[in-house]
Design a protein around this ligand. Structure first.
Ligand SMILES: C[S@@+](CC[C@H](N)C(=O)[O-])C[C@H]1O[C@@H](n2cnc3c(N)ncnc32)[C@H](O)[C@@H]1O
Length: 327
C-alpha cells in the first residue's frame, strides 16, 4: 500500500507585493529589482540550465564537495534529523545527503510554486521512505515550519551560494533567522562561493551560450505578463561585472537607448546605458564567512573545499544552551 508522504503548505500571503517592489525599485536611481522575482516557472528552468553550463563552476564543484564528504557530514549531524532547505529549487543537491543522513523529514521552501511541487514529487519517487513537507513561501519574509513537522535535530541546508544574494549585513540577518529556526544544538550546512580570479567569476555570470542573459531578461518578460507592462525586450541587454571593492558580482539589465516603459499606467524613463540592477552575488574568503556566521550565533564545525579551491561548504552549529545577547 502506498502512503502519502508529501504535504504541500502554502505560506505565501497573496498580495500585490511584486507590483509594489517593481514600482518602488524602478522609481529609484540606480533602478533595481530584487532577485527573488527571477523565479517564475521559466526562470526556474533557466536557472537549472545555468547549473549545467561549463562556465558555471559553482554547481558541479559544490556537488563534488558534498559527494566526497556526505559520510562525514552524516557523522557530524547524526541520523533522524529534520532537514530544511530554503530555496530548494529542483532539490537536486539534497539527493547526495539523504542516504547518509537518513532524516525523517525534508522541508524544501521555495517561491517558485509549481517548480517546488514537481521537485518534491520527483524526490518522493526516488526516496519513498522520506516524509516531505514542501512549503511555498518567501524565505526573506519568514522562516517557519508547519505545525505538523515532527520533532528532531534541525539541519538547515542552504547551498548554491544563495547567501551571496544578500549584502553582508543582510546575510547576518538571514542567518539569524536560520539560527532561530534550528535552535540550540541545530546545524547549518551552507555553500559559499569564494573570492577568486575576476575572469573566472565574470564568465560564470555571462556564459557564451547566453543562458544567463536569457535568465536576466526573463524578468522583464515576467513583468510584462504579470504587471501589465510594455518592456521592449530587444531594447535591453544583460551585463555582469565583478565589483572587486565590494567583493560581489553584479548583474544588470542595460538600456540600449533612451526609452519610456509603462507599468500599470505609470511611465518610467531610462536613458541609453542606464541600468536596472537585478542581482548581487557576494564572494567570501573562508575566514570572512566564519566571522560573518558567528555574528548570527553560529560556531564553525567543519569546512570543506574542492581540490581547486573554487567553492566552500561550511557546517555550522548553534552551541548547546546558546543564549542570545539581549535575549
Ligand atoms: C540560486 S537558486 C538555488 C537552487 C538550489 N538550492 C541550488 O543550490 O542549486 C535559488 C532558489 O531559491 C529560490 N528562491 C529565491 N529567492 C527566494 C525567496 N525569497 N524565498 C523562497 N525561495 C526563493 C528560487 O526559486 C530558487 O529555487
Amino acid at each position: 500500500m502506498s502512503v502519502n508522504k508529501i504535504q504541500f503548505h502554502d505560506m505565501q500571503s497573496s498580495s500585490n507585493e511584486f507590483l509594489v517592489d517593481v514600482m518602488q525599485g524602478l522609481s529609484q536611481r540606480p533602478a533595481s529589482i530584487p532577485p527573488k522575482y527571477f523565479y517564475d516557472a521559466k526562470g526556474s528552468k533557466l536557472f537549472d540550465a545555468i547549473t549545467q553550463l561549463p562556465e558555471y563552476y559553482l554547481t558541479r564543484t559544490e556537488i563534488d564537495i558534498l559527494s566526497a564528504n556526505a559520510d562525514e557530514i552524516a557523522r557530524h549531524v547524526g541520523t533522524g534529523s529534520i532537514l530544511v532547505e530554503p530555496g530548494g529549487g529542483s532539490c537536486a543537491k539534497v539527493h547526495i545527503l539523504l542516504d547518509g543522513l537518513k532524516p525523517t523529514t525534508y522541508v524544501p521552501m521555495d517561491i517558485s510554486k509549481d517548480h517546488l511541487r514537481l521537485s518534491a514529487q520527483e524526490l518522493s519517487v526516488a526516496f519513498p521512505w522520506l516524509e516531505i513537507h514542501a512549503i511555498y513561501t518567501d524565505f526573506t519574509r519568514e522562516l517557519r515550519l508547519p505545525q505538523s513537522t515532527p520533532q528532531g535535530t534541525l539541519l538547515a541546508f542552504f547551498p548554491g551560494s544563495s547567501i551571496g544574494n544578500f549584502d553582508p549585513d543582510g546575510a547576518v540577518g538571514f542567518l539569524t533567522l536560520i539560527e532561530d529556526l534550528v535552535g540550540s544544538g541545530g546545524y547549518l550546512l551552507i555553500g559559499v562561493d569564494l573570492k577568486k580570479d575576476k575572469a573566472i567569476l565574470e564568465a560564470a555570470y555571462d556564459d557564451a551560450a547566453g543562458i544567463t542573459a536569457q535568465f536576466n531578461l526573463n524578468l522583464l518578460i515576467r513583468i510584462n505578463r504579470e504587471l501589465d507592462a510594455n518592456f521592449d525586450i530587444t531594447a535591453w541587454k544583460h551585463s555582469s561585472l565583478y565589483n572587486e571593492q565590494l567583493g560581489r558580482i553584479e548583474m544588470h539589465l542595460v538600456s540600449k537607448h533612451n526609452q519610456v516603459v509603462t507599468i500599470n499606467n505609470t511611465s518610467f524613463s531610462f536613458t541609453e546605458g542606464e541600468t536596472i540592477h537585478t542581482e548581487n552575488s557576494y564572494k567570501y574568503s573562508t575566514d570572512e564567512f566564519i566571522t560573518l556566521a558567528s555574528r548570527a550565533g553560529f560556531q564553525s564545525d567543519a569546512l570543506w573545499l574542492g581540490a581547486d579551491k573554487l567553492f566552500s561548504v561550511h557546517l555550522f552549529r548553534v552551541p548547546q544552551n546558546h543564549v542570545k545577547v539581549g535575549s
